[in-house]
Ligand binder design. Sequence first.
Ligand code: AMP
Ligand code: FE
Ligand code: FE
Ligand code: ZN
Length: 313
Amino acid sequence: MFADLHLHTIFSDGTYTPEALTAEAQRCGLAAVALTDHDTMEGCPRMAAACQVAGIEFIPASELTAELNGNEIHLLGYFLDIENQKLQAALARFQEVRRRRIQEMAARLNQLDVPLRAEAVFALANCGAPGRPHVARALVQGGFCGSLDEAFERFLKVGKPAWVPKFKISAVDAIELIHQAGGLAAMAHPGLNRTDEILPDLARAGMDALECFHTKHSRAMTEHYLQLAEAHQLLVTGGSDCHGLSKGKPLIGTVKVQNRQCLAPAFENPDSGLTPHGAVSKTQARTAKNARQAGPRTQADRHALPETYRLHA
Ligand code: AMP
Ligand code: FE
Ligand code: FE
Ligand code: ZN
């Protein structure tokens, strides 16, 4: 029983529809998936419906860009209530900011004699959460760049001439936003951000989990973050961060965590209430988190560790 808890669709910068992504999940034999599109939950109802038909457990989620002490981090909100008013309002704001950023990037490109129109990016993106990957695709489609890589290297990477800084919600506010919408907050791909020093602050702000398993984490990094999760009493999560076919072959299923260990302590606690092959549920995750905070793990708990290594890269 495996889960992939970090996936994107056409509703942000992925290439799969929710239905196609669900079919891929089925092909990989996944028991549970979370849809974590950037700044939107638009794809969740369709994904939930497809997963129900496929017999796959579905976790509604989103990936928010946040900031703490000048560090950009990505926060995954899991088990979010899609109807939550504050969350809806915040996502609408983030999407508006994204559209304005695209317009600014187009203006900069125009100054560089690249006549890309923001409308072309919006038409191509065709979703509420357009981002740099869509600008890159539009640059390729318009014949201005030979590849997505070239688009990023020449124009879009941090510090390149068409790069525009991104609005980021404070991490503390993001965690609060996720919690008030009934969710659990997890820091995405900590190994890519390299901001270990802010983990204690994030844990103090109530962050629930750490994405120890990620496509771009080496085994050593995974081990490092499992230890940090243990030290800061954070739950462990993992996923492929699949964007579909935009970045080579689809990554879905290449990083999968054991279903019963999703959002479970790094060092499995026999009293955590997680049943073997049990479903991933918010209640179970919360129980696990509480158990985790109840006291230090014993040496015996560490024997469970090798079981958590289920990287299929
Ligand atoms: P944005 O949120 O608009 O800043 O865009 C972030 C997205 O761009 C993420 O999904 C990244 O995976 C993608 N991205 C960032 N840098 C690159 C790059 N050099 N090449 C391809 N994709 C990238
Ligand atoms: Fe992305
Ligand atoms: Fe991310
Ligand atoms: Zn992602």
